[in-house]
Design a protein around this ligand. Sequence first.
Ligand code: IFM
Length: 437
Amino acid sequence: MYDVFSLPAIRFPDDFLWGSATAGHQIEGDNIHSQAWHREQQPDFLRGDSEDEVRAPSGRACDHSRRYREDVALIAALGHRGYRMSIEWSRIEPRQGQWDDEALAHYLDLLERLAANDIRVFVTLHHFTHPLWFEQLGGFGKADNRRFFERYLAYLVPRISSLVSGWNVINEFNQWGGPMAGPAIASLKFTMLRVHALGYHLIKSHSTAPVSSAHAFVHWFPRRFHDCLDRRMTAYADFVTNEFFFHALRTGELVYPGVDAEYDPEVKGALDCWAVNYYTRHMVDARLAGLDGRRFRHKELRMIPMRFYLEEMYPEGLIANLERLADRPVYITENGCCCDDDRFRIVYLALHLSALREAMERGVDVRGYFHWSLLDNYEWTSFVPRFGLVAVDPQTFERTPKPSALFYREVIRENGFSGALVRRHLDGLPSLAENRP
Ligand code: IFM
């Protein structure tokens, strides 16, 4: 296991960008024109997939739309110098072709306040949600619908570009279609790459800030290391969710199992940096349907004390994965854990930052780290998983920074940390059961 108190002192480069991340639908509240909101109102939504799943609609989420001034002050007080946020397309264009000036003014005010506090903002243009009307037209599942997204970006990007320090066109664009094969999935993956590429080129004509799309970097691992079927399946899962994208973006070649390869010069080189969302590793068992890590709850693994699919802590995966991305600057656009025991979050943070530093020593040009998440936010179907550095009272929406937020503030202030700092922050913290904010 890890001896977190013996971690050697590490320092990060002077201009390293420390921050946190959120997404509009997960914190703003009342995102009523989005497809996600619509889905949450359906009678079967609350049913869930398993008995222990506690579902809820997003409702007012963290009430951030009303409390954004307070949240900017909070971000600044916690010492963050960067902030990754998303803009809700369905607020800007609630009806097809109609722009909502008030919604734009709201986001401009938010961006200006962040800038006034010297916080560098990374904007995500599509973080899982889009207008209901777009969904009803077939969403990104219909390749031709790209033009609606392009028109939206052509409206939005020039209006906000002076306030943006980095761009993610799409959040976790490599997740669409999952680790599956077949022509329909291949077509969706090709489409998402092309949506990313069109966003990339459009943004480049208005902004000099780095552009990417956030990549959900799952570390696939064979359940039985010496089993050739598990290993082959692992290589396959890694290819269709990871390497397919890296190869396409580097070369313009779209090579996917079961379909003829295509070459697209618009995709080639269409990113300035890698944006990595890293959480965990997933075990692959070739004898079971599905490639889903949550099936395996091994006692011997480092499990986050929370039943959630991102539950194994595996910081080493960050090193191995980042070494594959040494050809461009890297930003960690998400990394964090959901748990009620905030002591665990401190340990998780320390171990992942330590792995990050090691990747940098091995030659990876990591420029920044955005912790997921600033707030205990809405986790797509539920408020139960808590990822926040800051607790949010579900009734009053009062914000309370957790001990991990104070640890992170000190890491930022020191531009590094040692095991002794971890110990200082863990000493005296209430035990697991009492530690719920
Ligand atoms: O909350 C999500 C986020 O929206 C995308 N990346 C993973 C996070 C945790 O599940």
